[in-house]
Design a binder for this molecule. Structure first.
Ligand code: ADP
Length: 629
């Protein structure tokens, strides 16, 4: 859209052609889209293939009303310019569009705008003009536009582009600025020089302005690591060769040994690293919107257009890699183009699915761990409650045995008293019988130890201690049980028989709890024989070896167990006794099973009940043989 103001030798041929075409055109009858369709004429400054024109046209068509009838003309600047070209063109356009004048004209680029301003009177005097792609430097304060000529100027952001270049190339010490030879190129040069003069920093600016293309390319090929190039491209080189600015940048990028930055988004993909760029498609869109509003009836003065088009920071990722620039230096908000999609963006759905599966799996694992932890807490609580119940039950048993135990302690205490009195009498008699005194004292000591032993075992049974899992000797544990029960059996006129008991076995577990089981079973047996004649009040406690363990049995000669009671014996609160609580056997089962054992009851063939407790053995006798589980 931007164009120089100079004519070109080829213009002569063109003029002849245009004159011929004009004559024919006078005879033309324009084929209208429809009588009602608004007609919009778009006049481009340069040729059809200028990338800025292509992009601007695309943006324009995106926003123009669909029903608008569009006509397009190209001034082909800078190749065709000058006063006579203006005249021929005006004649041509008036002839072509005389019978179908446009409702609005779009002037794409400064050449088209200034041509229209110069020739408006001879063309379409009262038709509003919307300009697009005209640099603000072309619209300085001395250019006064009529109220019905409006548009949003673009700004060529050299300062922003230089800033970006130095940011991505912080080691650069030379700033090379390339411009062309056409009037528009010269105008860019003027602005660029003004912008560069404001630069304060360590870089040296070097202009390659209006030189032949070959010279420019040679100079660019000789640049070193410390240089960076900024350019708006050129329309015309110093030898009068015309190219599009995009093409000029492609040539520069091929030759240069330093990175190049540019000011138009049409340069992207040509080899430039990037820049603060004019977005020509957006420019076209804004112009199209303005035209649409004019066609809709809005007066030109009421459009309230912005003062300028903003530029956008654009970066070519491939060039960042090529020049080994720091990606972190790319400003936030810059549009990075040509970056290959990351694995995540390419396989987004798969990644989301995998992440979801992972999250679900993690949640499941966390849930299972929490559940396991909760179960462990519950198990610990149950264990604690069991131990407390067992302890409470032991206290109840001790309460039951209180009378017998008092008797058991009283006996040695009575013996101690008698012995003390005998010693006293011996001393009072004045007889010198030290041997007798020694015997008495030994007796006192023995009885004291006996009373102390009863208290020790009783204390072990009463003590509320944590459940212990330790190896213990079965026969020692049985001896304690015998001592605790002996008086009670005597009180109840029952006979307690311990045997047969083989060589000791070592069990692992809580000795007190196993003793508690045996005491319970023995007391139940005593209850069972309570009403029998004396000769049948016998309770037998025996031990049998079996592979990997022992079986303790407590049997009596009582009435046995009624068949209907057998399945409920070990249930909590099952009791057939008047004051029974029905907890003894259920606690016994809990204790035995927590030791990896088994408890069961049966009626003996000769009458009476037998309760058996099977427990695994850790060590048998002195031989260390592992217990079966
Ligand atoms: P409790 O002794 O308070 O009744 P237990 O759980 O110790 O509670 O016993 C439950 C029941 O098992 C007893 O009430 C009794 O009916 C039966 N039982 C236990 N031991 C014997 C036994 N040696 N002979 C017959 N029945 C028994």
């Amino acid at each position: 859209m931007v164009d120089p103001m100079t004519a070109h030798p080829l213009a002569i041929c063109r003029r002849t052609l245009v004159s011929a075409v004009c004559c024919c055109c006078l005879l033309l009858v324009p084929a209208a889209k429809s009588a009602e369709s608004p007609h919009v004429l778009v006049l481009f400054s340069n040729n059809r293939l200028l990338p800025a024109n292509v992009e601007g046209d695309r943006g324009l068509q995106e926003t123009l009303p669909a029903e608008a009838e569009l006509s397009t003309e190209f001034l082909d600047a800078p190749r065709f310019m000058g006063a006579s070209y203006d005249r021929i063109l005006t004649t041509f356009l008036r002839a072509k569009y005389g019978s179908r004048p446009p409702a609005a004209v779009v002037a794409a680029g400064p050449n088209a705008l200034f041509y229209l301003l110069r020739n408006r009177g001879g063309l379409f005097p009262s038709v509003p003009i919307v300009h697009m792609g005209v640099p603000d430097s072309n619209l300085s304060s001395d250019v006064q536009l009529p109220p019905d000529v409006l548009g949003v100027p673009i700004s060529i952001d050299f300062s922003g582009t230089i800033e970006l270049a130095l940011r991505l190339r912080p080691d650069a010490r030379r700033l090379v600025l390339v411009t062309g030879a056409s009037p528009q190129d010269r105008q860019f040069e003027t602005q660029l020089r003004a912008d560069v003069s404001k630069l304060t920093g360590l870089v040296d600016a070097e202009f390659l302005a209006g030189l032949p293309a070959a010279v420019v390319l040679k100079r660019l090929a000789g640049l070193g690591d410390d240089a960076v190039v900024v350019t708006p491209g050129w329309f015309l080189d110093g030898e009068g060769h015309e190219v599009t600015p995009r093409r000029s940048v492609e040539l520069m990028a091929d030759a240069a040994t330093a990175p190049i930055f540019g000011t138009f988004d049409t340069f992207m993909g040509s080899g430039v690293v990037g820049g603060a760029m004019v977005d020509f498609r957006a420019v076209g869109r804004v112009a199209g919107q303005a035209v649409a509003r004019l066609l809709g009836g809005s007066p030109p003065t009421a459009l309230g257009l912005p003062r300028g088009m903003p530029t956008t920071l654009q970066i070519d990722w491939l060039q960042v890699l090529r020049w080994q620039m720091d990606p972190d230096a790319i400003p936030a908000g810059a549009e990075v183009r040509f970056r290959p999609p990351s694995f995540l963006s390419e396989h987004r759905n798969e990644a989301i699915a995998a992440a979801l599966v992972f999250l679900l799996q993690s949640a499941l694992i966390a849930g299972l761990l929490a559940e396991r932890h909760r179960r462990r807490l519950v198990e610990l609580a149950v264990q604690r409650q069991r131990a407390e119940l067992a302890h409470a039950s032991r206290l109840a048993v001790v309460g039951e045995l209180a009378g017998a135990i008092a008797h058991e302690i009283n006996q040695p205490l009575g013996a101690i008293l008698s012995n003390a009195e005998a010693a006293d009498l011996l001393l009072q008699s004045g007889a010198n019988r030290p041997d007798e005194l020694r015997t008495i004292l030994a007796d006192i000591r023995r009885n004291d130890l006996r009373a102390g032993e009863v208290i020790r075992r009783l204390r072990a049974l009463i003590a509320k201690q944590a459940v212990e899992r330790q190896p213990f000797d079965l026969n020692e544990a049985l001896a304690d049980v015998e001592l605790i029960l002996r008086s009670e059996a005597r009180r109840r006129l029952a006979t307690l028989v311990f045997g047969p008991i083989p060589a000791s076995a070592r069990l692992i577990g809580d000795r007190v709890q196993i003793q508690q089981v045996l005491v319970n079973l023995a007391l139940n047996a005593m209850d069972a024989v309570a009403d029998l004649p004396d000769d049948r009040r016998t309770i037998q406690v025996s031990v049998a070896r079996e592979p990997g363990g022992v079986v303790l049995s407590v049997s009596d000669r009582g009435p046995g167990i009624a068949p209907e009671h057998v399945p409920r014996l070990f249930d909590s609160f099952f009791s057939t006794k008047r004051w029974g609580m029905g907890l003894g056997l259920s606690i016994a089962r809990t204790i035995v099973e927590s030791h990896g054992g088994r408890i069961w009851a049966e009626n003996a063939p000769g009458g009476g009940a037998a309760f058996h407790v099977a427990l695994p053995v850790l060590l048998a006798g002195n031989q260390e043989t592992p217990a079966s589980p």
